[in-house]
Design a protein around this ligand. Structure first.
Ligand SMILES: Cc1cc2nc3c(=O)[nH]c(=O)nc-3n(C[C@H](O)[C@H](O)[C@H](O)COP(=O)(O)O)c2cc1C
Length: 184
């Protein structure tokens, strides 16, 4: 099983990157996870670019990575009460072509970390909504980390209850993939 991770913060010392790493550490041993590292290179979505002869290579690669993935993990900071544009742009690219998109039917889950105690709640809610509209099979439950600059030590969440919630969510995502396979 292969999980593709999209991290909405582009900075190297990102708390959301730490959250993504902590989530990946909780995946069952037989699950591989890959972070798509080129969101910063992805042009803004334009239908002018969305043709075989104009499609940017990075957009093609993102679509292939999503198509190859059994599940998606969206890890989002909150920027002005919503998703950062890098993450929304990635969802937009993977939601096309309409009717044959890479993301349609893909199991997905949303995590978020912010510096405030509100734990990126609006960004997480928006993440669930845009993934659902894009056609992903997204879990309603999310995990949010507030006051994120103080929330990690040695690559783990320091709050044991929050860490349990994180483990529970990523394991449910893996179970959802297995359920999809059984149904197929
Ligand atoms: C443009 C911008 C807008 C932000 N808006 C919010 C916000 O609406 N709510 C919030 O809790 N934090 C907001 N923040 C603070 C982020 O939560 C904080 O920078 C967070 O650490 C970003 O995640 P990262 O550590 O993964 O980069 C904003 C930060 C930036 C740069």
């Amino acid at each position: 099983m292969n999980v593709l991770v999209l991290v909405g913060s582009l900075r190297p010392d990102s708390t959301n990157r730490r959250l993504a790493d902590a989530a990946v550490a909780h995946l069952p041993a037989d699950v591989q996870a890959t972070v798509f590292e080129r969101l910063a290179d992805l042009p803004h979505y334009s239908e002018e670019l969305d043709h075989d002869d104009a499609l940017p290579e990075v957009a093609r690669d993102l679509r292939e990575a999503v198509a190859d993935a059994d599940a998606l993990l969206l890890v989002t900071p909150e920027y002005n009460g919503s998703l950062p544009s890098a993450l929304k742009n990635a969802v937009d690219w993977t939601s096309r072509p309409r009717g044959a998109s890479a993301i349609a039917g893909t199991p997905a889950a949303v995590l978020g970390a912010s510096g405030s105690p509100r734990a990126a709640q609006w960004a997480r809610e928006d993440g669930v909504r845009v993934l659902r509209v894009a056609g992903a099979d997204v879990l309603e439950d999310t995990v949010g980390v507030g006051s994120a600059f103080q929330a990690f030590a040695d690559g783990r969440l320091t709050d044991p209850e929050l860490d349990d919630a994180l483990r529970g969510l990523v394991r449910r995502l893996a179970e959802q993939v297995r359920a999809h396979r059984t149904a197929a």
